[in-house]
Design a binder for this molecule. Structure first.
Ligand code: TTP
Ligand code: MG
Length: 409
């Protein structure tokens, strides 16, 4: 039996972290758990970035002036944003998503679509898949929760994700799409901003169902081409594909050390782990890199970087580490360092066929096999199952706080 790809019902999941910035702060400062936390600026004209659900009970919302937020919730703990930690958590979330699908489309730091079409045999029903992903993200981020929505279209998956926030899963089967959408307010139509909402409401359209029961022509008359789009969405029609993020210009892993390190001998083992993780990041996305960068941060927060181009594209730890260790030789190492990292750049999808048959290199093939085998074992038994010798010794000292990140340069 052949399956027509176009007519196949898609399975799309949308995930979005709960109270993201505030949740990261509560994770890192357990004394704030259960308390109203507001993340945002502190100046006179500052606004709220986000509020923990405890603060939302008082009516605090994103984009609200901070002064108003504090009038509503005088006991709120106000914290400035720390994007480095949010970006690291975002990467951990995306790394998990990429374990489930190669088609991951991030929309912002804390949300992304996954196309899970055809993966039911691997991970179970959409609800079961969402459950697993949420569990894995919780583990990978050290305790952050996200909500997920699922449906055959991006639009309904996104609306569904918000439906049972926080910490919820909402799957909308195809036959329930219209009964799910129609009671919702028109502001839930993707693309309907404040202005279009007012126009719609002035003409008596308050719910998505009312829009669906009108006509494309009427909607076009009211809002032009946007009206036609909203009419389609209101009827559950949205053919947009999940477009994987092609803008990631580099993939990198870095470690912030709890105690500073000094000298080549101490840096090399950390560099080895960073190269290993960078290589795994590449392989999990089916990419290879033609450039490698090393990043060191001194104890007084000065950043030192060196980069080089590889003679041939690479996705193995051995190749990345060799290049990184070479770069280290050219760096001034007389400082104390608090951060060590590697990044791979000049990325492109790995073309197995052409590379594989034109340039057969037994040593490289063997390395690739080993890397694949290690990936498979880790995939099956989890992170601690298999580590290179240096890894184990270092991690056992518990001196490394993992701060993985995918750089966007
Ligand atoms: P959201 O996902 O919209 O909000 P959230 O994660 O805080 O809460 P939830 O999803 O549970 O409703 O945005 C993600 C982060 O983006 C948020 O934590 C802070 C930031 N942000 C702003 O800085 N300004 C804003 O106006 C919004 C909406 C978000
Ligand atoms: Mg969110």
């Amino acid at each position: 039996m052949t399956t027509d790809k176009k007519s196949r019902i898609r399975v799309i999941l949308h995930g979005d972290m709960d109270a993201f910035f505030a949740a990261v702060e509560q994770r890192d400062r357990p004394e704030l758990v259960g308390k109203p936390v507001v993340v945002g600026g502190t100046g006179a004209r500052a606004v709220v970035s986000t509020a923990s659900y405890e603060a939302r009970r008082f009516g605090v919302r994103s984009a609200m002036p901070m002064r108003l937020a504090l009038r509503k919730c005088p006991d709120a703990v106000v914290l400035p944003p720390d994007f480095e930690r949010y970006r690291a958590a975002s990467e951990q979330m995306l790394d998990v998503f990429h374990r489930y699908s190669p088609l991951v489309e991030p929309l912002s730091l804390d949300e992304a679509f996954l196309d899970m079409t055809g993966a039911e045999g691997l991970f179970g029903s959409p609800r079961e898949t969402a459950r697993r992903i949420r569990r894995d993200v919780f583990e990978a981020t050290g305790g952050l929760t996200l909500s997920m929505g699922g449906s055959a279209t991006k639009y309904v998956a996104k609306v569904a994700c918000d439906f049972q926030k926080p910490d919820g899963i909402t799957i909308v089967p195809q036959e329930e799409v219209l009964s799910f959408l129609h009671p919702l307010p028109v502001s839930r139509l993707w693309g309907a901003g404040e202005k279009s909402r007012k126009i719609l409401e002035a003409r008596g359209f308050y719910t998505i169902g009312q829009v669906a029961r009108s006509s494309k022509k009427i909607m076009e008359g009211l809002l032009g081409s946007l009206g036609a789009q909203l009419f389609e969405l209101a009827n559950g029609i949205d053919s947009r594909e999940v477009v994987p993020d092609r803008d990631a210009k580099s993939i990198g892993k870095e470690f912030t050390l709890e105690t500073d390190i000094r000298g080549r001998e101490e840096i090399l083992p950390v560099l080895q782990i960073a190269a290993d993780k960078t290589a795994r990041g590449l392989r999990s996305k089916g990419l290879e890199a033609s450039g490698v960068r090393v990043k060191l941060k001194t104890d007084d927060f000065r950043l030192l970087t060196r980069q080089t181009n590889l003679s041939r594209p690479a996705d193995s730890a051995a190749q990345l580490f060799e290049a990184a260790a070479g770069l280290l030789e050219k760096m001034p190492l007389e400082y104390n360092f608090r951060l060590v990292g590697t990044a791979a750049f000049n990325l492109k999808p790995k073309n197995k066929n052409i590379q594989g048959c034109l340039f057969k290199d037994p040593a490289r093939e063997k390395q690739e096999k080993l890397d694949r085998a290690m990936d498979a074992v880790r995939e099956k038994f989890g992170e601690p199952a298999l580590r290179r010798g240096t890894d184990e010794a270092l991690l056992d000292r518990s001196e490394i706080k993992n701060k993985t990140s995918t750089e966007k340069s």
